[in-house]
Design a protein. Sequence first.
Length: 185
Amino acid sequence: MSDLDQLTIERHDATSTLELRDDILPVYAASHADQMHDPWFHPDQFWERLVELYLPGRDFELVAARIAGTVAGYAFGSPRDQHGAIWDELRSTYPEWDLPIESVPLYMFREFATHPGHQRKGIGRRVHDALLEGRPEPVAELLVRKDNVPAQAAYRSWGWVQLGEKQPFPDSPVFDRLVLRLSAS
């Protein structure tokens, strides 16, 4: 039986996500093991950002994939209402997307990780797709480390395209900013 045959997908709101600390942090730490030299990537810092910045957001959702009861991967995000100049950037960079004239919420795909023992088996794609399934926003945005070649390749194969770079926090690295057209307006 393959990992995908045993896979279950769970959806969590902000309240139930708080109960997942011991399930999520091992996946985060394992998938970011090469970044533990940078304090920004420390699991405690990640959890603090999750609890203080992301959970309070409107319509927060986390999708977790479990195999035999253990979390193998997760992704979370929420809509973002205050989006600044991104709509102008999107309209000028991707005019073929025929985006609405007015600025509307976009979906922030905030974090995504698959445990290294379960990577390259289709689990990450299932988690990715489950989180984005049915989203009403026309566009999703995510940030990915410039040096994370496997993640960059996966996202691009799933349709994400470049929209510049972004440093979301003063103590964070500069990330590649990717966007994905979700639905027709």
